[in-house]
Design a protein. Structure first.
Length: 197
């Protein structure tokens, strides 16, 4: 897949951001102060983020980010980029995980994409059911509070998969040894979203 495959496809933004939303980069090391005074931000595909993923499940080796983060206030809506269906839904409550999570399935001609939405609010996904159709531009959820979203500053983790993950989960960060394979399975969301940062 490449960006040119989607240039003529009318994609709705996954999240509406102010025009001056900054690009945030944690490749020099994670500092929570980069987020504390900012409500909005975007960035992060294939970004190496040393010191950010400290929960035990990361084993001190998974730190390369495989999605794009869209920071915003808790309760801010997120949207389906295209017509599709709810493929999977779960709540990953472990600290450092996704919290409430959706995966939407989209078909673009012969191309199938599974899109993960992580760090959502519990209440906003209550009415969604697996198999339910969603329309392009439809609000599908809202950003969750830190207390429910895996203990993160409110944001959307948006990640694509070229294969059916079989559950409401994808590895959001990977190790150096797994990076080449991960970039094939989980392509840069800007292929579909365009130049969001």
């Amino acid at each position: 897949m490449k960006r040119s495959d989607f240039v003529d496809v009318d994609i709705h933004p996954v999240m509406l951001l102010p025009n001056d939303a900054p690009s945030l980069n944690f490749s020099a090391g994670f500092d929570i102060n980069q987020l504390k005074d900012k409500t909005w931000g975007v960035g992060g595909y294939s970004e190496r983020r040393p010191g950010m993923y400290l929960a035990p499940q990361y084993k001190n080796e998974r730190f390369i980010h495989m999605g794009i983060d869209f920071w915003g206030p808790a309760g801010h809506p997120v949207f389906s980029i295209y017509d599709g269906t709810v493929a999977y839904k779960a709540n990953h409550q472990q600290e450092g995980n996704y919290g409430p999570t959706l995966i939407l399935h989209h078909t673009f001609g012969e191309t199938e994409i599974f899109a993960l939405y992580g760090h959502l609010s519990e209440k906003s996904v209550e009415g969604l059911a697996v198999g339910q159709p969603v329309n392009k531009g439809e609000k599908v959820a809202e950003l969750g509070e830190k207390s429910e979203n895996g203990c993160w500053h409110p944001h959307l983790h948006y990640q694509l998969s070229t294969h059916d993950p079989g559950e409401a989960d994808m590895p959001g960060v990977v190790s150096e040894r797994d990076l080449a394979e991960a970039q094939t399975l989980y392509p840069d969301p800007r292929i579909v979203l365009g130049p969001v940062y």
